[in-house]
Ligand binder design. Structure first.
Ligand code: AMP
Length: 215
């Protein structure tokens, strides 16, 4: 079973997918994480994707389809949370063609634009273990090092102001229509994505329980 976690950049999809994975044993499949891994390893896909990601644009659909098919082919999980795919209607159609009966629905985390910008501009990540920080609400230690592993904490290139503006724009133009696509199929839910992570988790879990319950 595949559940799509949707939301603008900074809506908290990654955080919630991590919470659902650690608390309920679901698999988190993030296309952004998969691409960043390719960039780090210097693969062909990483070479195509790196610069596009840094400026906040979408990586071409054929590259994403390859990444997604690879990741899903090794998927034996009961519930997979897809974070970051589909990001346009063509990708949604490609996913339907690949796994139509498995896709149970899309859950959108609703968050206002000013909150998204504040979350993204303050976000920092550990360059080694990937732990996430926020400069005002959960800063790294005083020397700017990761509290878990001690490595340097950095700003993602696509969290810089210019890239954030591009990502929010791309989201409105390309990804928001995906919600309409799933609404027309009666498979789109919205939840309030503001408040602390635990509150959002409870709202999300209630919707997932509803989606997963036998009719
Ligand atoms: P994320 O970590 O989900 O914010 O993704 C980081 C970046 O990876 C995005 O800004 C895109 O450049 C790229 N990316 C991730 N998923 C997709 C996708 N489904 N289609 C195109 N580009 C993607």
């Amino acid at each position: 079973m595949i559940i799509l976690l949707m939301g603008a950049p900074g809506a908290g999809k990654g955080t919630q997918a991590d919470l659902l994975a650690s608390n309920l044993g679901y698999r988190k499949l993030s296309t952004g994480d998969a691409l960043r891994k390719h960039v780090k390893l210097g693969t062909e896909i990483g070479r195509v994707a790196g610069a596009i990601m840094d400026r906040g644009d979408l990586v071409p659909d054929d590259v994403l389809f390859k990444v997604l098919s690879e990741e899903l082919s090794s998927d034996s999980s009961v519930v997979t949370l897809l974070d970051g795919y589909p990001r346009n209607v063509d990708q949604a159609k490609a996913l339907e063609a690949l796994k139509s009966s498995a896709v149970k629905g899309a859950i959108h985390l609703d968050v206002a634009k000013d909150v998204l910008i504040s979350r993204l501009s303050g976000r920092r990540v550990c360059s080694s273990c990937g732990s996430t920080y926020h400069m005002s609400s959960s800063p790294p230690d005083q020397c700017g090092k990761c509290r878990k592993c001690g490595a340097s904490v950095v700003q993602r290139p696509d969290d810089r102001q210019e890239a954030v503006a591009v990502r929010l724009d791309v989201y409105e133009k390309n990804t928001r229509p995906v919600l309409q696509y799933y609404s027309e199929k009666g498979r789109c839910w919205h939840i309030d994505g503001t408040g602390d992570a635990g509150e959002v988790f409870s709202r999300l879990k209630a919707v997932i329980d509803e989606i997963c319950s036998p009719v």
